[in-house]
Design a protein around this ligand. Structure first.
Ligand code: MF3
Ligand code: CO
Length: 254
């Protein structure tokens, strides 16, 4: 499938999808507390998404059984919500969510602390988020995809962290996953030339230790091979002539 350029009408719909997703993440953040199960988060997230008239895009996607991916501590992504998995003080939890608004997708992830977490965990979360912002310094017309990938990797690795190789970001629009793939690590080729109207889900997944990951027996949950903590930060981003527009951020964070 070719990389698509979105029309002004499509961009408007993706803006709306992004706004709703940002609001969903904000509501989930406020609800998080020790004692909550990961299934509680999924139920609340689905309710919020539907209250905006959106469809949770992950539900039943390739058989994924929930609306929100909830990944705790050494879980990297795609954790399956479970009523027996209870959050406790000191955990870090990655929430990944996707919405469809009038046929258009937005996809975003955040990693939050449950109560007080270790300074090391805090740094991992901050660096993962910042690696996204380092990457999007190059999310502008005229740069190539690999400029984004390289910037994310160099920043995260400068802290000694492992950048996950087995999962990547992606184009997004009328489908959750469109071309191109957006790696968080440098490739040997420069990748596509970025053009205004392209929409990308850029999503660094960063491990405190080694980059290797393994899949659990549920065929979804991805965990770090060495058991180290992992963080995830993702937004849906529009390429423009100038600064990129981060569609899935709250207005006050833009
Ligand atoms: N942000 C993830 C991705 O882009 C979410 C997909 S999870 C799934 O791949 F459940 F929908 F598969
Ligand atoms: Co994604």
């Amino acid at each position: 499938m070719a990389v698509t350029i979105k029309s002004p009408r499509e961009i408007e719909l993706m803006r709306k999808a992004g706004e709703i997703l940002a609001a969903t993440h904000e509501e989930l953040r406020k609800a998080l507390r020790p004692g909550m199960s990961t299934l509680d988060i999924d139920r609340l997230g689905e309710k919020i998404i539907r209250s905006y008239g959106c469809i949770p895009s992950f539900k039943n996607y390739n058989g994924y059984p929930a609306s929100i991916c909830v990944s705790v501590n050494d879980e990297v992504v795609h954790g399956i919500p479970n009523r027996h998995r209870i959050l406790k003080e000191g955990d870090i939890v990655s929430l990944d969510a996707g919405v469809i608004y009038q046929g258009y997708h937005s996809d975003a992830a955040r990693t939050w602390a449950i109560g007080e977490v270790s300074p090391e965990a805090k740094q991992l979360m901050e660096v993962t988020k910042q690696s996204f912002f380092e990457g999007i310094k190059f999310a502008k017309a005229g740069y190539h995809l690999n400029d984004i990938s390289t910037a994310i990797q160099s920043y995260a690795e400068s802290f000694g962290y492992g950048v996950v190789r087995d999962l990547v970001g992606h184009g997004i629009g009328t489908h959750l996953h469109e071309d191109p793939e957006v790696p968080n690590f440098a490739m040997k080729r420069k990748g596509i030339l970025l053009r205004p109207g392209m929409t990308l889900a850029i999503e660094p997944m960063i491990n405190m230790g080694r980059p290797e990951v393994v899949w659990m027996d549920d065929d979804w949950t991805v965990v770090t091979e060495d058991g180290s903590l992992s963080a995830h930060y993702e937004n849906t981003v529009l390429i423009t002539e100038g600064e990129p527009e981060i569609l899935s951020l709250l207005k006050e964070d833009k």
